[in-house]
Each structure stands twice: as structure tokens, then as C-alpha cells.
Ligand binder design. Structure first.
Ligand SMILES: NC(=O)c1ccc[n+]([C@@H]2O[C@H](COP(=O)([O-])OP(=O)(O)OC[C@H]3O[C@@H](n4cnc5c(N)ncnc54)[C@H](OP(=O)(O)O)[C@@H]3O)[C@@H](O)[C@H]2O)c1
Length: 309
């Protein structure tokens, strides 16, 4: 593939300007002093996507656009057409346009297309789903469509699909942060999961784009960590009086619409690219809990206010 702008310096075009991950990518590229612009097109509008590409003349496209549902993915159960338009038609449209324009695309996708089973992938046996494994979780419409698109994108030689899971940032009162969610809920399940510590992993996504990696990549820290282990770290590092209670998956099912996936992803591929990538617990301590402990009183106060208890 040849770059459209004829220069060797990468130029990034980011889809998802108003979104969480898109915004973080913009901040990171700014910090790096890299050239980038945000797209203005809706993903499914091919003419507008082409206009963005012709305006910015990128060497790399980063796609962090798509519907994720508000307040959560349950929204997709009642908005199937909107979900298809953005996450299926839109994502494929962007990948296909990038291919025709000779552009590399990094697609922020999801690892919530797998679920522990009663066989090879039992919870706790340490066998994670690999990049080539066939998705086995279609319990939510969001996951179902993401799995379909992932399969179709396998045919695109210009696309890197990053399977994000339960993304985490340092700000413990940011509503989209997985840790914020479990701190806030009245009751949580307690199941080990693969997760994505964004401050460690997002810079690697940009590096993978620069390296023009393609195919599927499990985009999580190595290993899995359970809800209780994370809340235990919060208690240890920030608030020793913090308490919480658990419920079962069956009880959880009564307060959500669509089932949620729980899984372990195999991280051999990403560790091969980045051998110093930290295991999930160490990453959480370094990027979330040590910074929170350094600012303990303020974090504790903000979290207590958020919980209203
Ligand atoms: N956050 C998570 O828990 C999580 C977990 C795993 C994977 N992911 C994946 O990571 C990606 C980014 O997630 P996020 O949390 O940053 O999402 P987000 O905060 O919900 O932002 C989504 C972005 O996509 C844009 N968008 C939606 N439909 C669009 C369309 N048809 N055309 C163009 N832009 C569109 C939104 O813009 P408008 O507001 O203008 O619509 C917004 O900028 C998604 O693909 C998501 O599935 C997220």
C-alpha cells in the first residue's frame, strides 16, 4: 500500500472524536507531537468518508467510532437498525474505503464476543481465547453484530482489529471506566476477566498502527482479574473502610436486559509484539491504584460522593 500524501511522516485520521477512546487517541497523538485530524463523516456515508480522507490525506486511519449504547449496551437491544448502521455497515464501509485508498485502518473492536464454556475454555483453567478462535458469545445484540463484523474484516488485508475488553483508566469517577462502574453498583458479580488498561495499551495501539500490523489482536493485559480482586485493591490502596456485596450471575440477569460476557483472552500475540506489557494486576497497580494512593483523600472523597453512601 502506498501513502496518499507522499510523505514518510505518518498522518492519522481518527473516527470517534466525541467518544471516549477517540478522544484519548487524539490526546495521545497530540502528546507525541504526531500529525492527526478528526474525521467528521458518519461511518456509513461513503462520500463523506472519502471527503475526509481527501481533506486530511492520512497514512493511517484509527476507527474508534461506533455505537456502544447509553447508558449501556442494553440500548442496542431496542435499536438494532441503528446498531447495524454504525457497527456493521459503517465499520465495513470505512474498512472497504480505506482498502480502496491504500490505507491502513486500526479498528477498536471488542473482546466481548467470547464467554467461558464448560469445556476447553472453562473459567479458571487458564486457557484463553486466541485470535483465531470462533466467537461463542452472541447473547447481546451488540456482541452479535461485533462478532459478525470481526469475521468479515478478517478478509481485509489493510485492517488491524483490536479486541478491547472492560476498558480502564486512572480516573475512578469517570462513568465509562470499568472500575468506576463496579465501585458504583450496589452489587457485583465476581468473575475473573481479561481487561484493557488504556493508559498502558493505547500507546501500543498507535505503535501497532505505525508498524502496520494487520489481522486480529487480543488487546488486553495478560491474565484475568476478578471484580473482588479489583475492589480489594481499591480498599487496600485508597479506602480501607470500603465495602461491597456480591450477587450471582442469575441475580445479575434480573437487573440487565442482555447477558454480558466473561472471558479470558490469550495474549501471546500482543506479548510477542510488546514483551514488557504488564500482567493485569501489575498494570492496575501502576496505572490506577498507585496514582490514586498518591492522591488518596481527594479520590476517596470523590468516590464516596459518587456512591452517595
Ligand atoms: N467503552 C467500552 O466499554 C468498550 C469496550 C470494548 C470495546 N469498545 C469499542 O471501542 C470503540 C470505541 O468505544 P468508546 O467507548 O470510545 O465509544 P463511545 O464513547 O460511545 O464513542 C463512540 C463514538 O462513535 C461515534 N459514532 C457513533 N456512531 C457513529 C457513526 N455511525 N458514524 C460516525 N461516528 C459514530 C460517536 O459520535 P456521535 O456521538 O457523534 O454519534 C462517538 O464519537 C467502539 O467500537 C466500542 O465498541 C468499547
Amino acid at each position: 500500500m502506498t501513502a496518499q500524501n507522499g510523505s514518510s511522516e505518518p498522518v492519522f485520521l481518527i473516527f470517534g472524536k466525541s467518544g471516549w477512546i477517540g478522544g484519548l487517541l487524539g490526546e495521545l497523538l497530540k502528546q507525541q507531537g504526531a500529525k492527526f485530524e478528526f474525521a467528521t463523516a458518519r461511518l456509513e456515508d461513503r462520500a463523506a468518508v472519502i471527503a475526509d480522507i481527501e481533506r486530511v490525506k492520512p497514512t493511517h486511519v484509527l476507527n474508534a467510532a461506533g455505537v456502544t449504547g447509553r447508558p449501556n449496551v442494553d440500548w442496542c437491544e431496542d435499536h438494532k437498525i441503528e446498531t447495524i448502521r454504525a457497527n456493521v455497515i459503517g465499520t465495513l464501509n470505512l474498512a472497504d474505503t480505506c482498502l480502496q485508498k491504500g490505507l491502513h485502518m486500526t479498528n477498536f473492536a471488542t473482546g466481548c464476543i467470547f464467554h467461558y464454556d464448560d469445556g476447553k475454555f472453562q473459567q479458571g483453567n487458564g486457557v484463553g481465547f486466541k485470535e483465531e478462535d470462533t466467537p461463542n458469545f452472541t447473547g447481546s445484540y451488540y456482541s452479535k453484530t461485533k462478532a459478525m463484523v470481526e469475521d468479515l474484516l478478517r478478509e481485509y488485508p489493510n485492517v488491524l482489529t483490536l479486541r478491547v475488553r472492560m476498558p480502564i483508566v486512572a480516573d475512578l469517577v469517570y462513568p465509562r471506566n470499568f472500575i468506576t462502574k463496579i465501585i458504583k453498583y450496589d452489587k457485583v458479580i465476581d468473575i475473573p476477566n481479561s481487561m484493557t488498561v488504556l493508559p498502558e495499551l493505547l500507546p501500543l495501539a498507535i505503535e501497532m498502527a505505525r508498524r502496520k500490523l494487520t489481522g486480529i489482536m487480543n488487546f488486553t493485559n495478560p491474565g484475568a482479574i476478578s471484580h473482588n480482586e479489583i475492589l480489594g485493591l481499591y480498599k487496600q490502596y485508597v479506602d480501607e473502610e470500603f465495602t461491597w456485596s456480591n450477587f450471582t450471575v442469575e441475580e445479575q440477569a434480573k437487573v440487565i436486559v442482555a447477558p454480558r460476557s466473561n472471558n479470558l483472552l490469550d495474549t501471546t500475540r500482543i506479548e510477542g509484539e510488546f514483551p514488557t506489557l504488564l500482567p493485569i494486576k501489575e498494570s492496575l497497580i501502576k496505572y490506577v491504584f498507585e496514582p490514586a494512593a498518591a492522591n488518596k483523600e481527594e479520590v476517596k472523597k470523590a468516590v464516596r460522593e459518587m456512591r452517595g453512601r
